[in-house]
Design a protein around this ligand. Structure first.
Ligand code: SAM
Length: 360
């Protein structure tokens, strides 16, 4: 048995994932973990401290529970580091979702991201048996792993070297290393210079519409309209679809009172043989105090070290210059029609019955 598989088995046997899943699939309930850890037996407490709470745990105890072989894999992948008294996570969290266990990083500028948008794409993606799947911007590898539960073969492409290593570790931990190929490459470069068709191309790109004057986390910055990478991927990806193959992705897009600007931009680059189905998941008015804008502004204040009022004005002026008054969270499917099918563009607006960002 290889070390990542062994690590997964030890963590299951010690009850780590049972503890995590008490709070729900793919949850990030730091406050609850902190409260619940107090009553745990010594070994499980040590694992929760190491893999959820980023607390230093004595080296001897960690090696006794996980074995030296598994600890070496975690050190080699920079999931944990050795300090004076023990081991501590490099802001990595170990989560579980859809029966898959995986590491990702929680920090202001994470190398290996996981969030609500990851859960959204994981839930909405529609892989089928015997499919060849391409997961672009693969991060922790969660989308590729989910797809591989049904698909025949999955290629995953991620630009960050650290995230690619973690994705490989995650795939091995779940016994999926043989089905998933991870390429540490630029997604656009991969599409332009590789060959072969896919039945499903998935991606969760950096997707936030960020004014050019402001910096944002690399994993989140989707350029001025949120479509910077998305447009390039759609443009090249559609050429790589097998007949009736689909591209599926999520995004946050700008809209006027009447027009979905993001959908118009995507439609402009589509080949005539493509059909689309856009699910509008949630709708957020661009106004001071609006939930979505508030999150963007507060994060940007921290990231750019600028005061709230100044950052708010930059966002409002930027969106105004694009005539946008709403931001949508959406899930878009683009299908390559077979010869007998007619092009069809559908919009399904479920935003009125959704109260969160991606879904409730
Ligand atoms: C929002 S995260 C999504 C990660 C993962 N797919 C998920 O759903 O959790 C976006 C990811 O895209 C990666 N990325 C950004 N630009 C890229 C590019 N040009 N080519 C490949 N990956 C890229 C980032 O490093 C990051 O891991």
């Amino acid at each position: 048995m290889d070390a990542p598989t062994k690590l997964n088995k030890i963590l299951e046997r010690e009850g780590f994932f049972n503890f995590y899943l008490v709070f729900g699939e793919g949850n990030l309930r730091f406050a609850d973990w902190h409260l619940a850890v107090k009553n745990l037996p010594l070994r499980l407490k040590a694992l929760v401290e190491l893999f959820l709470l980023s607390i230093e745990v004595p080296s001897g105890l960690v090696i006794e529970i996980l074995t030296k072989e598994c600890v070496d894999v975690l050190l080699a992948n920079k999931v944990i580091s050795q300090f004076k008294l023990g081991f501590k996570s490099n802001s990595y969290i170990l989560a579980s979702h859809s029966g898959l266990n995986f590491f990702f990083q929680v920090s202001r500028n994470p190398s290996t991201y996981f969030g609500d948008d990851s859960i959204a794409l994981s839930v909405f993606q529609s892989s089928r048996a015997k499919e060849k799947v391409l997961d672009l911007c693969s991060g922790s590898g969660i989308q590729a792993m989910k797809a591989s539960l049904r698909a025949e073969k999955v290629d995953a492409v991620e630009i960050s070297e650290e995230a690619s290593s973690i994705a490989k570790l995650n795939c091995s931990m779940n016994g999926l290393g043989g089905k998933i190929n991870i390429f540490n490459k630029d997604a656009v470069d991969f599409l332009a210079h590789s060959s072969g068709g896919y039945d499903l191309i998935l991606f969760n790109p950096p997707l936030l519409p960020i004014p050019p004057q402001l910096n944002a986390a690399f994993v989140a910055d989707g350029g001025s309209d949120g479509l910077a990478l998305t447009s390039n991927i759609v443009s090249l990806g559609q050429e790589r679809l097998n007949s009736e193959g689909i591209i599926q992705f999520i995004g946050t897009g700008l809209a006027t009172d009447k027009n979905l600007l993001f959908l118009e931009s995507v439609n402009d680059i589509l080949l005539p043989s493509m059909s689309t189905r856009c699910a509008l998941l949630s709708k957020h008015r661009i106004e001071e105090g609006g939930d979505f804008l508030e999150r963007l502004v507060i994060t940007a204040c921290l990231y750019n070290n600028k005061p709230y009022g100044e950052v708010l004005d930059i966002f409002l002026n930027h969106y105004k210059s694009l005539n946008a008054s709403f931001i949508y969270c959406y899930f878009l499917t683009i299908e390559r029609n077979s010869n007998h099918k007619q092009t069809n563009h559908q919009i399904i607006d479920i935003s009125k019955s959704h109260y969160g960002l991606w879904f409730v």
